[in-house]
Design a binder for this molecule. Structure first.
Ligand code: SIN
Length: 281
């Protein structure tokens, strides 16, 4: 009998590890309470596709994650994938910020081996819980040579998405992860991936970012543009020591006069005179 590929499963919490008081509860449950070993034990079919090694990296709802968790995750995934006996990594994760973690790893993990992030919309105790099939598909995908070189993949609800493109579009629906602009990369069928596209932008082993050795990431605040936006959020971000601000402007990155003033004058005051004055050509 041929040896099965080895897949390392890194458990981080979320609804996939959640428990409710009744099987009919799909909201109002406690996320991040069931250990990754129990999630694996609940799907005996996993043993048919891969040799498994499960590690509880942390047990945190994804809305409580810090960027320090990302560094820990990038390190753990990179270390696991550097092992010659490991074919791929699966990460079980809360869905609230799954797309953010997946995209960070897409740019930070230094390996061409498959990395698959999955989660669930229903807790493990729910009728028709989606976690077990999502985990089965994620492990099957991570074990597949077809998934290599495609960067970090997001696998939920039988779909395979690129971490760069995917976003959560519905609070509770099962078909919530969508890649609205470019579409999914493929789908899972009976535990086998069927790919239709491949990502062409730089990622993982070929990304320009190196996070190895970093103890922390700089704090960058996101400030939204909207009708009547004042400069107050920019000033507050600077007052709280932000190292940078991403201004999510309207349209093609436009802003109100007050926001523009704050982005130029307040930022100039915070970093010295390196920026042109707002009246400069
Ligand atoms: C979380 O993001 O940790 C909770 C919600 C979920 O996993 O769906």
């Amino acid at each position: 009998m041929s040896k099965k590929p080895k897949v390392v499963i890194l458990g981080t919490g979320g609804t996939i590890a959640g428990a409710g008081s009744k099987a009919s509860n799909v909201t109002g449950y406690r996320p991040s309470v069931i250990g990754v070993d129990a999630l694996v034990a609940a799907v005996p079919q996993l043993k048919e596709v891969a040799e498994l090694e499960a590690q509880q990296l942390f047990q945190v709802a994804s809305y409580l994650l810090e960027t320090s968790h990302w560094l820990q995750l990038a390190r753990a995934a990179t270390d696991a994938l550097a092992r010659s006996d490991v074919s791929g990594v699966v990460i079980t994760h809360g869905t609230d910020t799954l797309e953010e973690t997946a995209y960070f790893l897409h740019l930070a993990v230094r390996s061409e081996k498959p990395v698959v992030v999955t989660g669930a919309m229903r807790p493990a105790t729910a009728l028709s819980a989606d976690g077990p099939m999502n985990l089965y598909n994620a492990v099957s995908l991570a074990a597949s040579p077809d998934a290599a070189g495609k960067g970090v993949l997001v696998a939920l609800n039988d779909r395979i998405a690129c971490a760069r493109d995917v976003t959560k579009t519905h609070t509770s629906g099962l078909e919530t992860f969508r890649s609205t602009e470019y579409g999914n990369l493929g789908q899972m069928e009976n535990g086998a991936p069927r790919f239709y596209r491949t990502p062409l932008r730089r990622h993982t082993a070929f990304a320009e970012f190196v996070v190895a050795g970093l103890e922390e990431l700089p704090r960058v605040e996101i400030v939204m543009g909207y009708v009547g936006a004042t400069g107050a959020p920019v000033a507050a971000a600077l007052a709280n020591g932000a190292s940078g601000i991403v201004y999510a402007g309207t349209g093609a990155g436009n802003f109100t006069a007050a926001a523009r003033e704050a982005l130029i004058e307040d930022v100039r005051a915070a970093i010295g005179s390196a920026l042109p004055r707002s009246g400069d050509p």
